[in-house]
Design a protein around this ligand. Structure first.
Ligand code: FAD
Length: 304
């Protein structure tokens, strides 16, 4: 219930604009968000990326946002991604950029998102950068997968995220395996109905493991994107992480002890970084998926 409330708060435009206009609340919440978000500008993301790369991690960088409603804004977002990639390229940062297709036009029209994606993928390709498409609510899954399939045929540096909690993913993977892009397996962050999805449970753990098994057996590039120690231990036991195409990926600010440990043991590890003014939505997601974070956020806020 706490999670559901937080997810509705995150998308409530009145609350959002109230916070954005409040001189008191805005800086306090930004302080709490800084645990999970690098900052509001790309330079913040680049600085932390450089630091993590120097410690031996790979990184994935996202300019946060989703559901852009105006074409003009979608174009600005696309430009921001192009600038980010140029900046990374100029520093020879051959890493990963992540994006939501609804940030660059999917909410208006799939063709707009596809056109923008191709421009971004072309630029990423020039610099040896991988582009990962995030997965959004189930109402968008078909469109996202269609766009991914068309794009990755042309640009194999484009990868896709697959949500283990959706029943359909066990079928989707059978087809996705024939496309070249990296597949990032996540449990799923969105609230979905019980008819189409599995809640956090042993059954979900089994589904997650089975998706990774399928990808590893096919020697397909895979990112194991979870903070779940049970899953990670089991995959280590199955020796999947020893494959060259397999990496562990975790969100910045979450279980940094665990990803450090994996890196020290010699496994390929990637940290998912975000930046942007839409940090509020991202913060709410992180609090919703793990409510003890609410206490951490409060203590971040009250600390001088
Ligand atoms: P959980 O069962 O949720 O958590 C396992 C344990 O991890 C918890 O007990 C806790 O110890 C720790 N933990 C988990 N979350 C938190 C947190 N917020 N704060 C502190 N500790 C925590 N979801 C999508 O729907 N679409 C995407 O495109 C997407 N991309 C992602 C990319 C990456 C790299 C990662 C790591 C996640 C992504 N997610 C995405 C989110 C994902 O679906 C889950 O919501 C999130 O990873 C939490 O699930 P979990 O696998 O860690 O397991």
């Amino acid at each position: 219930q706490v999670s559901q409330a937080l997810k509705s708060i995150a998308r409530n435009q009145h609350i959002k604009s109230y916070i954005q206009q409040s001189n008191e609340l805005y800086p306090l919440l930004l302080k709490a968000a800084k645990r999970f978000v690098t900052g509001e500008n790309k330079q913040d993301g680049i600085e932390i990326a450089k630091e993590l790369i120097s410690k031996g991690y790979f990184i994935s960088l996202e300019y946060i946002g989703e559901n852009t409603a105006e074409l003009e804004d979608c174009i600005k977002v696309k430009e921001e991604f192009l600038n980010l990639i140029e900046k990374m390229g100029s520093m020879s940062m051959k890493q990963t950029v992540s994006l939501d297709l609804s940030h660059i036009g999917l909410s208006l029209n799939p063709d707009i998102a596809y056109k923008h994606l191709l421009e971004i993928a072309e630029k990423a390709n020039q610099y040896g950068i991988t582009l990962m498409i995030s997965m959004e609510e189930s109402s968008k899954t078909d469109d996202i997968l269609d766009i991914y399939k068309k794009a990755t045929k042309q640009y194999p540096n484009v990868g896709i995220t697959l949500q283990a909690h959706l029943y359909r993913s066990s079928d989707d993977i059978k087809e996705l395996i024939y496309y070249p892009g990296r597949i990032r397996v996540v449990k799923g962050a969105y609230e979905e109905s019980a008819e189409i999805s599995i809640a956090r449970s042993e059954e979900l753990t089994e589904r997650y493991l089975s998706l990774v098994d399928t990808l590893v057996a096919a020697n397909h590039p895979v990112s194991i994107a979870t903070h779940d120690e049970v899953i990670i231990q089991e995959l280590l036991h199955r020796k999947h992480a020893q494959q060259p195409n397999v990496e562990f990926e975790m969100l910045y600010g979450i279980r940094s002890d665990l990803i450090w440990d994996l890196k020290e043991k010699g496994y390929q590890t990637k940290v998912y970084l975000t930046y942007g003014k839409e940090w509020y939505l991202y913060l709410c997601h992180r609090l919703a998926e793990y409510p003890p974070n609410i206490y951490t956020a409060i203590s971040d806020i009250v600390q001088p």
